[in-house]
Design a protein around this ligand. Structure first.
Ligand code: PXG
Length: 437
């Protein structure tokens, strides 16, 4: 292990306990398929697909070669008032995977930028159709929509919000997790659909004509895997439609096979107006995000604009050639290897294996959907989060990468995961949980 990092090293690490990390660094040097490797060559089974993003597994040759090749053909082209063929090709391929009608694709470089873009599109659309009084946004408690000011304002994680100024005019729905009523649910909990009706209260309080959009993760990832109750998303869709409010699904985690379908929208049969994407779109090999918009949203914004630029928004790297090359190769790999179907077919085994941890020390809930699972631990009385953080360190040192948030262990392996890897994840977790006080 490299112990040379000092606390005054130049790198200010994101969402990291810098002091703890620099006192005891855990470095990753390389990766292949299901494994990371440390600088001293130790293999770490990737139980989280990086940060929910390396869905096809690490260093897939087709993706590596596509990036290498593109770097020598067109490294960069200005993104405004000029284009290059790969961006158009990728937009078409992404649109093809989206629910029918969401076929206008705006490229960003991250999930946070995708969220801010979608929120701006919602405002632009409402103005374009003469609904300019709609300036309120609705998010949800325990939502994570990235680190931009738009995303943190509609997000519902207190630590991300409390230190910063937020957008005005944001309301929050209650989150849907209730361990008392739905502990150890397999797949979608049966309890909780009625929580969508809280949106009616927000409408009644503020007036429908003030609300532009509702944004939710169909399955909330970062805040500890909150699986939507059966019927919940359908109700949100009905209420938003009734009141002329746009519905945004933040599918940064859930799209590209994570739940055993191209999108959560497809899986649940609920079609929003806008979908945010990132992570799995390029297998995380080059940063990229996107918003998929319903065609009539694009048409309204574009057709109602003065001649000239219709939407004053975009990024230097929107549709970056290397990201497009990575994205096209990634979508090929997903299709050639049938990874979305593979995730669907493996999910019963995954569910069964993870739920076998019920009854182990400290475990108060287990929840799952597709190739996602969470194991919630009883928090220590005076040190919430410390038990899961110790589990993270013990797993890593024992050769398994997990993700922890609060006292929740989240798992989301690459979709190439095999049954033997699932067994290994469960065995390692069993040992670690038994060893924790
Ligand atoms: N929306 C959702 C639903 C996300 O999960 C973002 C937006 C922001 O994406 P960018 O690319 O700007 O990071 C995310 C990001 C975790 C974890 O451990 C999750 C994310 C990022 C880092 C860690 O759960 N999700």
């Amino acid at each position: 292990m490299n112990t040379e990092l000092r606390n005054d090293t130049d790198f200010w690490m994101p969402f990291t306990d810098n002091r703890a990390f620099k006192a005891q660094p855990r470095l990753l040097a390389s990766a292949k398929d299901m494994h990371y490797f440390t600088p001293d060559g130790r293999g770490i089974l990737d139980g989280t697909a990086g940060l929910w993003c390396v869905n096809a597994g690490h260093a897939r040759p087709k993706i590596v070669e596509a990036i290498q090749k593109q770097a020598g053909i067109l490294d960069y082209g200005p993104a405004f008032q000029l284009g290059h063929p790969l961006a158009f090709e990728l937009a078409g391929r992404v649109a093809h995977l989206m629910p029918q009608g969401l076929d206008r694709i705006f490229f960003t470089n991250s999930g946070s930028e995708a969220v801010d873009t979608a929120l701006k599109m919602a405002f632009a659309y409402q103005r374009a159709i003469g609904q300019g009084t709609r300036t309120r946004l609705v998010g949800r408690e325990r939502g994570y929509h990235g680190a931009g000011f738009g995303g943190l304002s509609v997000g519902g994680l207190v630590n991300n919000r409390r230190s910063f100024v937020q957008l005005p005019c944001v309301s929050h729905l209650p989150h849907t997790l209730n361990i008392g009523k739905a502990a150890f649910s397999r797949g979608q909990p049966q309890w909780g659909a009625h929580l969508a009706d809280e949106l009616e209260r927000i409408v009644a309080l503020n007036g429908a004509e003030t609300i532009a959009a509702v944004i939710v993760e169909p399955l909330a990832g970062s805040a500890g895997v909150l699986v939507p109750p059966s019927g919940y998303l359908e109700r949100l869709r009905n209420i938003t439609r009734k009141h002329g409010i746009l519905l945004i699904f933040d599918e940064v985690i859930t799209a590209f096979g994570r739940l055993g379908a191209a999108t959560a929208s497809e899986l649940f049969g609920v079609v929003p107006d806008l979908i945010t994407l990132a992570k799995g779109m390029t297998n995380a090999a080059v940063p990229m995000g996107a918003v998929a918009a319903k065609r009539h949203i694009y048409d309204a914004v574009v057709d109602n604009a003065q001649p000239g630029i219709e939407f004053f928004h975009g990024y230097t790297y929107s549709g970056h050639p290397l990201a497009c090359a990575a994205g096209l190769a990634t979508l090929d790999v997903y299709a050639e290897d049938g990874l979305f179907e593979r995730a669907r077919d493996l999910s019963p085994y995954w569910e069964h294996a993870l739920h076998s941890l019920r009854g182990r020390r400290h475990v108060i809930d287990i929840r799952n959907l597709g190739l996602v699972a969470a194991i919630e631990l009883e928090p220590r009385e005076h040190a919430p989060g410390s038990r899961a953080m110790e589990a993270f360190h013990a797993c890593f040192d024992g050769g398994l990468l997990i993700r922890v948030t609060g006292d929740v262990i989240a798992l989301s392996p690459p979709l190439i995961v095999e049954m033997k890897h699932i067994d290994e994840i469960v065995e390692r977790l069993t040992e670690v949980l038994e060893g924790l006080d």
